[in-house]
Design a protein. Structure first.
Length: 178
């Protein structure tokens, strides 16, 4: 391989290689997979330039930059925080139980934790706890809230708070008449 070919810019090497045959086959397969998953989304518009060459690596890098590059990850983190703050539990309704409320919080926590790889600061336990407790508007949980105030040293993590509320809810449901 000539030295001048390797001395080319990263963009040139990304677009034109040098590539081994195995890489080209794998790259086309990656392109097909990405197209199957993202082909009907608006994000795929940015990858249409790679359809002719079936360059899966460039399609991946383009999608990555569009969805998680720079300010995109921070905006995604802000959207997750907004979602957490908007979750409310006012009592069991059809298709929305306390377990669903807990599940939605956990999903958002996990999504936010995944953004740490992209430079988004982790979500503090205090904020997790605050938004979880503030979202519970159902007055039947007052006993749990008073217990948390009376023994704060036992409830310093989101997990501990969530378990206290969940245990109380399950016990209450088990004793209520149908």
């Amino acid at each position: 391989m000539p030295h001048d070919q390797l001395a080319a810019s990263d963009e040139t090497l990304e677009a034109n290689g040098p590539f081994e045959k195995g890489f080209l086959l794998d790259s086309a397969e990656v392109f097909d997979i990405l197209h199957t998953v993202w082909g009907k989304s608006t994000w795929w518009t940015h990858c249409k330039a790679f359809t002719k060459t079936k360059n899966g690596r460039q399609a991946f890098r383009t999608l990555h930059a569009q969805l998680l590059g720079g300010p995109k990850a921070i905006a995604s983190g802000a959207a997750i925080l907004s979602q957490l703050q908007s979750l409310k539990y006012e009592g069991d309704r059809r298709n929305y139980t306390f377990d669903k409320y807990v599940q939605l919080h956990m999903e958002q926590h996990n999504l936010h934790a995944d953004l740490a790889d992209y430079g988004v600061a982790p979500l503090s336990e205090n904020l997790k706890i605050l938004w979880f407790k503030d979202g519970i508007i159902d007055k039947s949980f007052e006993a749990v809230k008073m217990n948390l105030i009376a023994t704060p040293e036992r409830y310093e993590t989101f997990q501990a708070i969530q378990e206290a509320y969940s245990t109380f809810h399950r016990q209450r449901i088990a004793t209520e008449p149908p």
